[in-house]
Design a protein. Structure first.
Length: 323
């Protein structure tokens, strides 16, 4: 029930009923509505600022998932970059050296593809830097892969024109080693097994039982069949031409004869432990233009890409040579 208000009229000296004017009522309603609107606006502002709607929550989840996918993609691109580095390095320092082809300049391999304007459509987002960085990586890798593909096409043409050379240069392991269990020591500084000091080991040591066949790793002519009591023991040197020679040491018995022409895969002797040796093995060297180089780069006819990677790791691990 609405309350009735009275006021004391000093002129009539009596209480009279208080009646509000229409304008007062109007202003009172306007004030109430204004306060309600302001309050509602404050509530809406706070809700939109600090409270996510179901759709916003879903969008934020999707953005988080996309960001995670971008980060995973970046990691995969980094892995591809490492693999591509290895392919480029092997292309320039092994395949092109062997085939006497000029290496591809790094300026060509690392050349950019257009300017930053290509990514203008990715600007203005909260994750623009991440998206642009990923796009640039992808473009760079695509460019490098294209150049590497063209390089292999070029090498394939060179191979066709150098069939005789490829039959001559070293390309297989000197002993049967399908399981890659016979590498005992790699190329580089190793501990001398007799003097126990670091010394340059100029070849690869393949352990095997005495009498295991040793194969010519490329076609050529036998130029040396000798015995070195303090060094290689019974050893054979084959000249392959094109600046290449190979040496096979510590044989128990030599089959090849000096001046003999041999083909890749021919048996030239048998594993032993003659000369300066601490156990039965074949010491194998590759010599190019008078310089002894790492033989691990010359098993491309013998190993798959996966086996080659394993071979490189095994050759690097062993710290002491057998001779």
């Amino acid at each position: 029930m609405k309350k009735i208000k009275y006021y004391y009229n000093t002129h009539s000296l009596s209480y009279e009923r208080h009646e509000e004017s229409v304008w007062v009522k109007v202003w009172r309603v306007i004030g109430f509505i204004s306060a309600a609107v302001v309050f509602a606006l404050v509530i809406v502002y706070l809700a939109y600022t600090y409270v996510d709607s179901p759709k916003e929550k879903q969008l934020k989840r999707e953005i988080g998932q996309l960001k995670l996918q971008y980060n995973l993609l970046n990691r995969k691109l980094d892995d591809v970059d490492v693999v591509l580095d290895e392919l480029e390095n092997r292309d320039d320092k092994t395949y092109r050296v062997i085939l006497e082809a000029e290496p591809i300049p790094s300026t060509v391999r690392q050349a950019g593809v257009g300017g930053s304007a290509r990514f203008n459509e990715l600007e203005g987002y909260s994750n623009s830097e991440l998206m642009i960085n990923t796009a640039e990586k992808l473009d760079k890798l695509r460019r490098r892969m294209y150049i590497q593909s063209k390089s292999y096409d070029e090498l394939a043409r060179v191979v066709k024109s150098k069939a005789e050379m490829l039959a001559s240069i070293p390309a297989i392991q000197p002993v049967s080693n399908k399981q890659l269990t016979r590498i005992a020591s790699g190329f580089g500084v190793r501990i001398d097994p007799v003097y126990k000091v670091p010394r340059m080991h100029t070849g690869l040591d393949f352990t095997a039982p005495i009498g295991t066949p040793i194969y010519a790793t490329g076609s050529g002519t036998v130029t040396q069949v000798e015995y070195d009591d303090r060094g290689y023991g019974n050893f054979v040197v084959i000249r392959h031409g094109y600046g290449y020679e190979t040496l096979y040491g510590h044989m128990s018995r030599v089959k090849a004869k000096r001046g003999q022409s041999v083909k890749r895969g021919d048996v030239i002797g048998y594993v032993g432990s003659t000369g300066k040796s601490t156990g039965p093995h074949c010491h194998y060297e590759v010599i190019r233009n008078g310089t002894k180089i790492d033989p691990v780069n010359f098993f491309f006819n013998d190993l798959s890409a996966e086996d080659y990677e394993r071979m490189v790791k095994i050759a690097k691990q062993n710290g002491q040579s057998f001779d």
